[in-house]
Design a protein around this ligand. Sequence first.
Ligand code: SF4
Length: 142
Amino acid sequence: KHSPCIVSACLIGMFCRYSGEVVSFGPAVELVRQGRAIPFCPEAMGGLSTPRKPCEIKDGRVVDSDGVDQTAAFRRGAEEGLRLAKLAGCTEAILKTRSPSCGCGIIYDGSFTSTCIQGDGVFAALLKEHGITVRSEEDLVG
Ligand code: SF4
């Protein structure tokens, strides 16, 4: 049996983006429809509300735009996602670009000026550490 992958829940239009916007991305919806992906949002599962302040990673901490440290919630959500991925036997994840949780390879630099740097979000980094292949939704169509 082929294992499903984890997909960022916001990519299938779930109400979990920090901005409260609902935007669905067809190829991700299709994966879930076919039973090939399980949607998950680490920030919602870590206890954060929607909508919420934008967060960025700075010096290894996750901080919101008011300067409040949200690292604990981000870590808790990432751990829950790892637990789900292991339970379902996932070896792959398709995660939303540039998010401080889900970003893979490129994230914002912590200055809240839309400046990107190399790096992984908290959830993407944890999955990678545990041997799960992480790609972004942009790789789904590329
Ligand atoms: Fe989407 Fe990930 Fe942000 Fe949740 S944490 S809203 S799944 S990018």
